[in-house]
Design a protein around this ligand. Sequence first.
Ligand SMILES: [Zn+2]
Length: 133
Amino acid sequence: MHSVTKRIDFCYGHRLLEYDGICRHPHGHNATVEVELRSETLDGRNMVADFTDIKRLVKTWVDRELDHKMILRHDDPLVAVLRSMGEPVYTLDSNPTAERIAQLIFEVAREQGLPVARVTVWETPTSSATYAL
Ligand SMILES: [Zn+2]
């Protein structure tokens, strides 16, 4: 099995609702995302995928939708407040944990047709969450 991994850095803010810890307060992270693609065979270029294509398909989406945005649960009262101030917000149907953000990016990569096998979101240099096949 062949595997390639592209690393993507982005910044985001979030908070967790109904959570008894410091992450219930709005705060931010400098996140690193690893997008791993796997394939049993290589294409005509001897590649699983061109790193440039992963960047174009996934990093472009992350930069546009998540980078320097607040990622909030859709029913968080902050959503309306921030939007009324013209601030960008990305909403999820559940708490915006690193686990949920990893799943989101996994689904985006799969929708782009990439043979994604794993997405890991490093929320801090010592804490990561993975969504994988
Ligand atoms: Zn956090």
